[in-house]
Design a protein around this ligand. Structure first.
Ligand SMILES: NC(=O)c1ccc[n+]([C@@H]2O[C@H](COP(=O)([O-])OP(=O)(O)OC[C@H]3O[C@@H](n4cnc5c(N)ncnc54)[C@H](O)[C@@H]3O)[C@@H](O)[C@H]2O)c1
Length: 382
């Protein structure tokens, strides 16, 4: 009897996935690592990824408290295996074999803090985590959530360059929460379903650098009447202040975590569909770009493919509202300063620093919006 039981246990063990204790049948899909998985965003994001199609193995990494999150999430019924990894000694194992790495590690905003206040803490966290990605999963697509995204993405690029594995197609700053907010707020004004409309959001991911192009809502509003200029101005402000709206409402108890987790999961799912070969997967993302000539990174609509960003749609060439055009010009200096700050932090190349200094001098020496003229943005027809 005992021998029979032992034989049964051994037979079962041979077909069991030690990570989770379920039959290790073939589950076609990808390995996804979440870095910062025990945090306010990391936890609901991990839960949503457990239920995301194409996720085969989910690796949850944090510097603390991740074992419980992994155990909890592992009980959610889906085929994905879940493993927890704690602390730098296990970071390499967390990243090994990852096709997609999602990074929400770092401190969030508290009331009164700007995204730039986060820079000193989060810049170092992102630098170290991306450095580990360069070493352990150099071909992975990276989704950077940690703020300030305007600077953390350039930091990540410099780190990857230094380690000789930079592929701009695979490095994406996640601005999808801005897109979600723009869809929701615009749909309320238009009386539409937020899932039926799309609003491109361009620029960056902080304050005035966030520019929802509400003149470009697709499909055209059911009423046939586009948003008025006043509505566009009001909704743009609301999208820009979406994070603050949540920080203030939570009154010291946190920032946007649930909506961010939903946005990050939707964005990650889009990356995975594209990696799997699905066609016409488009998102807005903050990526290496020449959409605005003087800015090496800029958020626009991009099409994703098997190796990351495969096409950048750039800025719309027609139909922007006067407000949008003027905001587009205004955001350039602020976004450039954030990019320069990130590059300088990561010890970026001298050529970039010289170019940045030259552009600043040129801007100072020419009246008005010289940056934008140089970038070609002001050539957008009415
Ligand atoms: N891109 C966006 O749209 C967006 C939106 C909201 C928040 N954020 C940013 O996301 C980040 C996380 O926010 P949160 O609310 O989840 O914060 P949180 O403090 O709740 O969680 C952060 C987690 O990161 C972990 N962590 C810290 N250092 C780490 C390291 N070196 N390696 C791995 N994990 C580490 C912490 O232990 C914690 O579990 C913040 O920077 C926040 O500003 C971005």
């Amino acid at each position: 009897m005992v021998t029979d039981n032992l034989r049964r246990v051994r037979a079962l063990a041979n077909h069991v996935d030690p990570a989770r204790g379920v039959p290790a049948h073939h589950r076609p899909g990808f390995t996804v690592a979440v870095l910062g998985a025990a945090g306010g965003i990391g936890q609901p994001l991990s839960l949503l990824l457990k239920r995301t199609a194409l996720v085969e193995h989910l690796h949850l990494y944090d510097i603390a408290n991740v074992a419980g999150v992994a155990a909890d999430v592992s009980h959610v019924n889906s085929d994905a295996t879940v493993r927890g990894f704690t602390g730098p000694a296990q970071l390499g194992a967390a990243l090994a074999g990852a096709h997609l790495v999602v990074i929400p590690a770092g401190i969030p905003r508290k009331p009164g803090m700007s995204r730039d206040d986060l820079f000193n803490v989060n810049a170092g966290i992102v630098r170290d985590l991306v450095s580990a990605c360069a070493k352990h999963c150099p071909k992975a697509v990276l989704n950077i959530i940690s703020n300030p995204v305007n600077s953390t993405v350039p930091i990540a690029a410099e780190v990857l360059k230094k380690q000789g594995v930079y592929d701009p197609k695979r490095l994406l700053g996640v601005t999808h929460l801005d897109v979600m907010r723009a869809r929701v707020f615009a749909s309320e004004a238009l009386g539409a379903d937020p899932n039926d409309i799309d609003v491109p959001v361009v620029g960056g991911h902080a304050g005035v650098t966030i520019l929802p192009l509400l003149s470009q809502v697709t499909p055209a509003p059911p009423s046939g009447a586009p948003l008025t200029e006043t509505q566009i101005e009001h909704l743009t402000e609301r999208v820009r202040n979406g994070g603050t709206e949540v920080v203030n409402a939570k009154a010291g108890a946190g920032s946007a975590t649930l909506s961010m987790a939903a946005a990050a999961a939707e964005f990650a799912a889009a990356c995975l569909r594209a990696l799997a070969g699905h066609r016409n997967v488009t998102v807005c993302a903050y990526v290496a770009s020449d959409a605005v000539k003087s800015l090496p990174f800029f958020a626009t609509k991009v099409r994703l493919g098997r190796s990351g960003v495969e096409h950048n749609y750039g800025l719309p060439t027609r139909g922007l509202s006067p407000f949008e055009k003027s905001e587009l010009e205004k955001l350039v200096p602020e976004l450039r300063a954030s990019i320069d700050k990130g590059v300088a932090f990561a010890g970026g190349d001298e050529a970039h620093r010289r170019r940045a200094a030259q552009q600043r001098r040129a801007a100072a020496g020419t009246a008005g919006n010289s940056d934008v003229r140089a970038s070609g943005v002001s050539q957008i027809p009415a």
